[in-house]
Design a protein around this ligand. Structure first.
Ligand SMILES: NC(=O)c1ccc[n+]([C@@H]2O[C@H](COP(=O)([O-])OP(=O)(O)OC[C@H]3O[C@@H](n4cnc5c(N)ncnc54)[C@H](O)[C@@H]3O)[C@@H](O)[C@H]2O)c1
Length: 306
């Protein structure tokens, strides 16, 4: 019997597990659940006789993949998949997929939430500012970027976007102004929302040159990835611009310096929490189960990443 294993050291919420289990059972497959496992050895044991695997941030290393005897598909319930050894999977003809977009609204709400929180001085009772009428630049118009744009328009912000891989009319049909370079975006907008992936091209690409272009007062919002920021440049910008503020879902490696020198000009979530909503959890889990069923029954490979 085809066996679908859900292996999550940090479990899905129960409603998501229930949803996955229903899809798996209706398809006539066996459902297996391994949660909060103590070590990789337990994961390796469990994966040995699984045909399909759903994981979250769990590490599907070469060792795990090689231990599987009949694995055909691994789905990362979430957007990033750098926790999976793609090369090892491909060598064994195992299809790897992610579930893009399922947490995009959750991440976008956090981005806007951090902006409001900061604009209102952390709700300290003193007069703050409004988002309405301010220019927001969305750096990458993917799943999260699109949701940030839609919510920001509800706030009455003027929304601009730069994404070289998305056609201009797609962006402009959403009532967003499409610009043709990151430099242009940063020159126009006081608020910048980072929604780029971490790639060879984007890692450390948010540098001194770009950040200095943001008009005063500057607010950089990062729900994308810590690695895209050039942290030495970030510190230089903090030193040279008193108006510069950084809000992020990831504390930078230079956090201690910032705490010491620039108190009151940043906010970092205590732990990455962009996708931490019940809805995102359920959406991603159910999408993963449906993708497995589609692959095993119809050979569907939407969202295959290897
Ligand atoms: N904070 C969180 O918990 C959380 C959750 C989900 C996603 N994320 C991160 O948010 C970011 C966006 O996620 P997404 O789901 O929208 O991804 P996505 O793949 O849907 O969109 C990424 C967009 O980036 C564009 N892009 C790629 N390279 C670019 C470049 N050099 N310049 C400008 N645009 C470029 C692509 O064209 C695409 O439209 C990613 O970094 C992802 O890891 C964070």
């Amino acid at each position: 019997m085809t066996k679908v294993l859900v292996a999550t050291v940090k479990p899905f919420i129960p409603k998501a597990v229930e949803g996955i289990k229903n899809i798996v059972s209706q398809a006539g497959y066996e459902f297996d659940l391994l949660e909060e496992y103590a070590d990789q050895a337990e994961f390796i044991d469990a994966v040995a006789d699984a045909d399909a695997l759903i994981i979250r941030s769990d590490k599907a290393t070469r060792e795990v993949i090689q231990a599987s005897k009949k694995l055909k598909i691994i789905v990362r319930a979430g957007a990033g998949y750098d926790n999976i050894d793609l090369e090892a999977a491909t060598e064994k003809d195992i299809v790897v997929m992610n579930t893009p977009g399922q947490n995009a609204n959750a991440v976008a709400e956090l981005a806007l939430g951090m902006m409001v929180y900061f604009a209102r001085n952390g709700y300290n009772g003193k007069a703050g500012t409004e988002l309405k009428g301010k220019n927001l630049g969305i750096h990458a118009y993917g799943n999260v970027g699109k949701h940030v744009a839609a919510i920001a328009k509800g706030f009455g912000m003027h929304v601009y976007a730069f994404d070289p891989y998305i056609p201009k009319d797609v962006i402009e049909n959403d009532g967003v102004v499409c610009v043709t370079s990151a430099e242009e975006l940063y020159s126009i907008c006081n608020y910048i929302s980072l929604n780029i992936p971490a790639t060879e091209q984007t890692i450390k690409s948010i540098d001194y040159q770009l950040l200095m272009k943001i008009p005063e007062p500057a607010v950089l919002v990062n729900t994308a990835r810590k690695e895209v920021i050039h942290e030495d440049d970030l510190l230089r910008v903090f030193e040279e611009r008193r108006d510069f503020v950084y809000l992020s879902d990831f504390a930078p490696d230079c956090k201690d310096v910032m705490v010491e020198k620039y108190a009151g000009r940043f906010f970092f979530t205590p732990k990455k929490m962009g996708a931490q909503t019940a809805e995102a959890n359920i959406n991603a889990g159910i999408a993963a189960a449906n993708q497995i069923r589609d692959y095993l029954e119809n050979g569907g490979t939407t969202f295959q990443v290897n």
